[in-house]
Design a protein around this ligand. Sequence first.
Ligand code: FBP
Length: 323
Amino acid sequence: MDRNLALEMVRVTEAAALDSARLMGRGDEKAADAAAVNAMRRALNDIQFDGTVVIGEGERDNAPMLYIGEKVGVGDGQQVDIALDPLEGTTICAKGKNNALSVIAIGQKGKFLHAPDVYMEKIAVGPQAKGLIDLRKTPAENLKIVAKAKGVDIESLTVTILDRPRHEALIAEVRKAGARIRLIGDGDVSAALATCWKPAGVDILMGIGGAPEGVIAAAALRCVGGEIQGRLIFRNDDERARARKMGITDLDKIYSTDELAGGQVMFCATGVTDGDFLKGVRFFHGGAETHSLVTRSQSGTIRFIRALHHFDRKPNYGWDSAT
Ligand code: FBP
């Protein structure tokens, strides 16, 4: 894949972050998400490539834009598959809390898992524990492995878990094992990535979140040297049927990072609200500042990009430059 595509993707997540951040704290998740989706789609369709959304806003019947199978880009140029979430953490943005991101991953054709919009049980770690964790093992066993790999006691580890009733038993087991816990309201892509970012102070992500977010996190972790494993979780026969329709035959399979997002991948994120590794959008008179990161699996280089945007020269963003 042409490495310059990675920089094109920064414009895409910047556009989505800029438009959704306008609605931070307004309590309207749908409006924030719609702003991000519109902006991301517009930006994608300006790029000289032939992209297919494989992880998007949902299956075609349920998502008017950026649905699974939608073609984006001007239509010629490189063929790539795209996994995206224009606003990862809609509730976070609507409440003005931490770690809402706009994210996109691009990869070679056929290398992302075509995951239906169901849940996924996940475990994610940074480079030191890569290759050692195993979703088949109990949380306590995995904690022991990660503590040993990092040369610390279990008591020194911090585990991020989505704060959901479904995680009651997991939380109890992690507490019994002695590890510290960071319960988050939303945003497990950011939480997975944070395991690879020392200043964030988290060692493991555990628990059940969205399957599409699992694929996006896998692309990110491929680039920055971490690991994620995932198993699809089905709540009913309809979800199982949807998975089969998307070509999944083994419904109990545990997917490795490479099986979730293989081949060459690029990942890009822009902060919508302040987070562990990216600042959120700051508006100033006539413009805004964004913070993004972009990385590729081939080189592993992580670029942090701080951008100053001037709305009078960006008519496409649609916001009044005087506000
Ligand atoms: P949205 O951005 O779609 O709101 O997703 C936020 C999120 O917290 C994800 O990070 C996570 O994977 C998923 O929702 C968890 O789903 P649920 O809220 O149903 O537990």
